[in-house]
Write a protein that binds this ligand. Structure first.
Ligand SMILES: NC(=O)c1ccc[n+]([C@@H]2O[C@H](COP(=O)([O-])OP(=O)(O)OC[C@H]3O[C@@H](n4cnc5c(N)ncnc54)[C@H](OP(=O)(O)O)[C@@H]3O)[C@@H](O)[C@H]2O)c1
Length: 305
């Protein structure tokens, strides 16, 4: 099969190569998925999980990409719950070969059925941003209707999803980002917007939850706008930011088919949309990821046209 591999942890997307690799086989409780649409997230090529298995053994060269939408072509020994020919989407294991390939082996428990009226590209684009936003807001942030949430990077891929989900849940959403992101963030559901380049976070008053994607100084400043009992949830890694009488949580997104089913249903009802910047073929993927003028939004690799 055709697949993209990486061989150099320091090279980022510049180290990607399109090669031929053997097709994967389905282990116990796995399925093989014929990949229709795929994507990678931010910095995953630098993460240790791209370079070792869970025992720390070297797995270079590895196939990156852990977001997938496709069709089941084989079931592993003992696998139940899915069938050959089924449309599915989901998040694959960080420590195994990924989805920038024609086929990927995935634990069946990580996949959700993809409804027939949802395009594979949309399915792939929902996986990481949808699960990250959902888990950050509701599992870790415990957001409730009537609360106020500050969503950092609200014009971006994850932030735009978080704003939509938070607003639909009855929260008041204050988005942040650069000056140029204002209209995009408002279009994706933020009630108001703070331009971090020219405005002060402290001017917004108190919020119940901060959904942070930046870490560093912005997370530190954000801790001071959280009211007593509130939370700072970050996807930017461990943070020293600590709200007074509140809690700070950093997390890495996990597979959750039940949450994906809820998320895709909202898309079908027209209540939620993924931020897709561009769609490229597997042949063009390396050049696309290395292009200096990629549009905002998720880059989707359409492995089968
Ligand atoms: N822990 C996890 O589970 C997890 C899951 C998913 C993603 N992530 C991480 O989350 C981060 C965000 O991902 P994403 O896909 O949403 O990225 P993205 O689409 O690039 O969104 C980031 C947004 O923040 C803006 N921004 C960047 N730096 C800024 C600054 N200094 N001040 C103000 N605005 C700024 C960007 O504006 P410009 O485009 O104009 O720069 C963009 O609108 C990435 O680092 C990713 O690796 C973590």
């Amino acid at each position: 099969m055709k697949a993209i591999i990486v061989t150099d942890q320091t090279a980022g997307v510049a180290g990607m190569k399109l090669v031929e690799r053997p097709e994967p086989e389905a282990a116990i409780n796995d399925v093989v998925v014929q990949v229709h649409a795929s994507s990678i997230t931010g910095d995953e090529i630098t993460w240790p999980s791209t370079w070792t298995d869970r025992s720390g053994r070297d797995r270079n060269p590895s196939i990156p990409g852990h977001e997938v939408a496709g069709v089941v072509t084989a079931l592993g020994y003992g696998t139940t719950g899915l069938f050959v020919g089924q449309r599915v989407f989901g998040l694959t294991d960080w420590y195994r070969d990924g989805t920038l390939a024609e086929y990927v082996a995935v634990e069946a428990r990580n996949l959700s059925p993809l409804p027939a009226d949802v395009d594979f590209s949309v399915g792939a684009a929902l996986v990481m941003p949808g699960l990250t936003a959902w888990q950050g807001l509701f599992d870790h942030g415990r957001l409730q209707a009537g609360q106020t949430v500050l969503v950092h990077g609200a014009a971006g891929i994850v932030g735009s999803m978080a704003s939509q989900l938070a607003r639909a849940a009855g929260a008041y959403v204050i988005g942040t980002g650069r000056a140029g992101g204002r209209q995009t963030a408002l279009d994706f559901g933020a009630h108001e917007y703070i331009d971090l380049e020219n405005e002060k976070l402290q001017d917004i008053g108190k919020v119940d939850l901060v959904f942070d994607i930046f870490g560093g100084d912005i997370a530190m400043q954000s801790a001071s706008v959280i009211r007593s009992g509130g939370r700072l949830v970050t996807i930017a890694g461990p943070t020293e930011a600590q709200p007074v009488n509140g809690s700070a949580i950093d997390f890495v997104v996990e597979a959750n088919p039940g949450q994906l089913t809820e998320i895709v249903q909202r898309v079908r009802e027209g209540l939620l949309r993924a931020s897709i910047g561009n769609i490229a073929s597997l042949n063009d993927a390396v050049a696309t990821y290395n292009s200096s003028n990629r549009p905002n939004g998720k880059t989707i690799i359409r492995v089968r046209p």
